[in-house]
Design a binder for this molecule. Sequence first.
Ligand code: UD1
Length: 341
Amino acid sequence: MNHQRKILVTGGAGFIGSHTITALVSAGFTPIIADDFRNADSSVPSRIEKIIGHLPEFIMIDVCDKEALKQVFEQHAFAGIIHFAAYKAVGESVEFPLKYYRNNLLGLINTLELAVQFKVPNFVFSSSCTVYGEPGELKEVTEDLPKGLAASPYGNTKIIGEEILKDVHHSNSGLNIISLRYFNPIGAHPSGLIGEFPIGKPNNLLPMVTGTAIGKYDQLTVFGNDYPTSDGTCVRDYIHVMDLATAHVKALEFLESGKSSFETINVGTGAGTTILKVIQVFEAISEVKLNWKFGPKRPGDVVEIFAKADKANHLLNWYPKYTLEDSVQHAWNWEKKLQND
Ligand code: UD1
């Protein structure tokens, strides 16, 4: 039966995509990966091969090239699609908004058009808690919270992407859809064989923490120290990337069960953690004294946000397996391994 559950994974060579490939294979799916590697490392396929024991099918295409993507649909009968392929750097999106709108929206539209044309039943979309904007008083956000104003063009592509999905679903397209709103994915595969490959200086906290500790960067700047939180630093919901990967598998299985044809689901642990707490956990685990200082607030940062994850728990029967300590340990293992590669 397994060979009949081919899943198209666009952007499957990226950070979340590559981890999801391993989870899909463990669950008996056959991922077919469409990625042009513009934001992924060329070593990812062989690294995945080491984890799963065989090389999955990688197709080097840009999903914005509809003709090339169509050929992939002609060659395979997909049981589902996970659509990761998109740009994700907030700051860059402010500088180059059209680059973001073109890539993220055109890639989505092409994939959806072909999904409908080729009658693929199930579709999972890579969304983000960025769609909530600044949640205000309510820190623990539920899926029914009205979407906020995105702080960036990147965020807008996720908001518009979700609207497109809703309209496609309403049009009786026959496509069952789940949009997963990720909180802050961190960590790496427990094997240490895959992890995040930031291109240039990372924007995200964890790669900056581990990269500073290993000596790639001189110092970590903690953006802001007088936020109205327990220690003055921002609060986020950090989730292990393998737990996030598993959520995609559960989402596909849920759609296959036929229990619902459209859902939007938060994927977070439900716990908020300050930046200083992340640093404290890192220092305890790594036994490295991190070189960090406070700096000015980063424009557009949300003060505090974490997931109400009940929907993922109850609907998908998804629960995170890893703790913050596990996540930080795996991120650190990965950083050290990369240095020696
Ligand atoms: C960011 C994006 C979000 C995106 C997510 C993807 C912004 C405003 N938001 O979320 O849209 O979906 O990444 O992973 O960029 N921090 C420091 N020093 C650093 C780096 C980060 O203090 O060098 C702080 C930030 O100010 C923030 C926290 O660490 O309070 C987490 O930052 P980050 O990892 O960039 O994630 P988000 O800002 O939550």
